[in-house]
Design a protein around this ligand. Structure first.
Ligand code: TYD
Length: 133
């Protein structure tokens, strides 16, 4: 079974353009406690390289594109994020890496928890041990 789980957002568009609304428990399958975005990523920079013990996230590329690698300790997959109407659902205990950011990429992330450094697993070997035990 694929790790790639998309959430499709309804486009509230009219002749003026498009609008997407993101609401807890509607478009997004958890209570949104935090929103952050990554932008102006320098050339050839990759980010992420961690998993979260409890946190769930939905990542949406609202402009430009980047490539997301996700890995549950058994399976590693990658996909382009390049569509403002589709969010990638990243469950807890999934290793993620972001690569190949376009210069105009704005990656918006919705998170189920407030920021908590102790929820991060930043070492891949530690992640593998925890994910495959
Ligand atoms: P980090 O999650 O390591 O970024 P990435 O996975 O994209 O490479 O976060 C980078 C820094 O920003 C780190 O010092 C933690 C801090 N940070 C916050 O303070 N709050 C947040 O919500 C996030 C996501 C990061």
């Amino acid at each position: 079974m694929s790790l790639i789980k998309w959430v499709d957002f309804q486009i509230l568009g009219d002749e003026r353009g498009s609008l997407v609304a993101l609401e807890t428990d509607r478009a997004v399958p958890f209570e949104i406690k935090r929103v952050y975005y990554i932008y102006r990523t320098a050339e050839n920079v990759s980010r992420g390289f961690h998993a979260h013990r409890n946190l769930k996230q939905v990542a949406i590329c609202v402009a430009g594109r980047c490539r997301m690698v996700i890995d549950n300790g058994y399976v590693r997959e990658d996909t382009w994020l390049d569509c403002p109407t589709k969010g990638l659902l990243i469950e807890s205990m999934v290793w993620r890496e972001m690569h190949d950011f376009s210069p105009d990429c704005v990656l918006l992330v919705l998170a189920s928890e407030h920021f908590d450094e102790s929820d991060y697993i930043r070492n891949y070997e530690t992640f593998l041990e925890a994910a495959t035990q």
